[in-house]
Design a protein around this ligand. Structure first.
Ligand SMILES: Cc1cc2nc3c(=O)[nH]c(=O)nc-3n(C[C@H](O)[C@H](O)[C@H](O)COP(=O)(O)O)c2cc1C
Length: 378
């Protein structure tokens, strides 16, 4: 009897540990502006350091889209998403002993977050790419000023890692955050030591973010947002189907920057719903039902692309409906309204989109409809 009790206690303890570990994953945003890529290079080292800690994930985003080839695939962050993270590492070029104009512009849009205390208690750390390094400490300090106004917990470097760096050349070490002296070209920049310091900074920051996770307001706000879309689905009795598997050499979705591209047909429970051609073996209602099933597939794939968090949808950009109809059919818009209405029903204003519709003489796997969708997401 005693043995059984001990066994049950051990199982309970193990389950508890697994649940705690699952709940305790910290998500850290590495938010940058970079003109020439120097700040981005440091950001990658910071992210590497963050991810070297168990149960901490890092995502690099930028404050505005960049035409620079090195940066063009880095997604752009929204102001609103900042509150959903467990910590933010901010990176910017040094501009005249200050943060860059783009970073400053972005921060100037965070007034709502400030007045709602949304970032209060969230850990922050900063890093910068400088030219000669003139005024780098002033610039780091100016970053801290803005973040202190938000009530963020500022995580410094101190002299962490300094004992290991090469003192014979100028390095971007600073107690306030790592920098890189990009215009000093005697060695490639960031130097290996600047990269090392950035990685250490990331690693230390990850520990703080994990330790403080759940101790500040952001959790409450993020959950509220997430449940609102889930509530809409529940309220309207909308059940998302299983994500259809690709039937060829393609991906169910592709994310490029902040856009997600999805194409679906009327697959339902493993087979095509109402296959065929409108005006031959199908009436309009049958095609409308197939359109509803197709759009649900699209949203299901979108849900997967966003790790189950549809509140990250910023807007539906465009829907394209292709219908298998007889040559003289002209009321494609009526059919497509089913998909459009469903999108607006779920996402409200954010669901309003541009649209195109076509008639086709055939559609793969004899589906009566195919929908192509583009969503902008956080
Ligand atoms: C408007 C402007 C002002 C700058 N001011 C400074 C400065 O005060 N100190 C410094 O070391 N570098 C300064 N720089 C150089 C940038 O900080 C440097 O090129 C940096 O590496 C750019 O980072 P990025 O590669 O991420 O764009 C300035 C650059 C610009 C465009």
């Amino acid at each position: 009897m005693k043995k059984l009790q001990l066994f049950l206690i051990a199982i309970l303890a193990l389950t508890n540990t697994v649940i705690t570990a699952q709940n305790k994953t910290a998500n850290v945003l590495v938010l940058i502006h970079s003109d020439n890529g120097g700040t981005y290079e440091l950001a990658k080292e910071i992210a590497k350091g963050i991810e070297s800690e168990p149960n901490v994930r890092a995502v690099i985003k930028q404050v505005k889209a960049s035409a620079n080839a090195k940066l063009k695939d880095v997604p752009v962050a929204t102001v609103d998403e900042l509150k959903t993270y467990d910590g933010i590492a901010f990176g910017s070029p040094v501009y005249f002993g200050n943060i860059s104009t783009a970073m400053s512009d972005f921060l100037s849009k965070t007034v709502d977050l400030w007045t709602n205390h949304a970032l209060e208690g969230m850990p922050a750390t900063v890093f910068m790419s400088a030219g000669s390094g003139a005024g780098k400490e002033l610039a780091l300090q100016s970053f801290w000023n803005s973040l202190a106004v938000h009530g963020m917990v500022l995580v410094s470097n101190g002299i962490r890692g300094n004992e290991k760096i090469d003192k014979k050349i100028p390095q971007g070490n600073s107690v306030l955050g790592t920098t890189s002296l990009a215009s000093l070209k005697d060695v490639p920049r960031p130097t290996k030591d600047e990269r090392y310091l950035a990685e250490l900074q990331g690693k230390n920051f990850a520990k703080v973010a994990l330790a403080l996770k759940g101790t500040f307001l952001k959790k409450e706000i993020a959950e509220k947002q997430q449940t609102s879309i889930n509530d809409v689905l529940k309220e309207k009795n909308i059940v998302l189907p299983q994500v259809p598997k690709p039937a060829g050499n393609y991906q169910p979705f592709v994310r490029s920057g902040n856009l997600i591209f999805i194409n679906q047909v009327a697959l339902k429970d493993g087979k095509i719903l109402n296959p065929g051609k409108l005006g031959v073996n199908l009436d309009e209602q049958k095609v409308k039902d197939a359109t509803q099933a197709t759009m649900l597939n699209v949203i299901s794939v979108l849900n997967e692309a966003l790790d189950g968090d549809l509140s990250r949808v910023k807007r539906c950009v465009q829907l394209t409906g292709i219908f298998n109809t007889k040559d003289d059919y002209t009321k494609h818009a009526d059919l497509m309204n089913v998909a459009s209405n469903l999108t607006v029903e779920i996402f409200g204003e954010k669901g309003k989109h541009a649209r195109a519709t076509f008639g086709a003489s055939s559609i793969p796997v004899n589906s009566s409809v195919e929908i192509q969708a583009i969503f902008e997401v956080e």
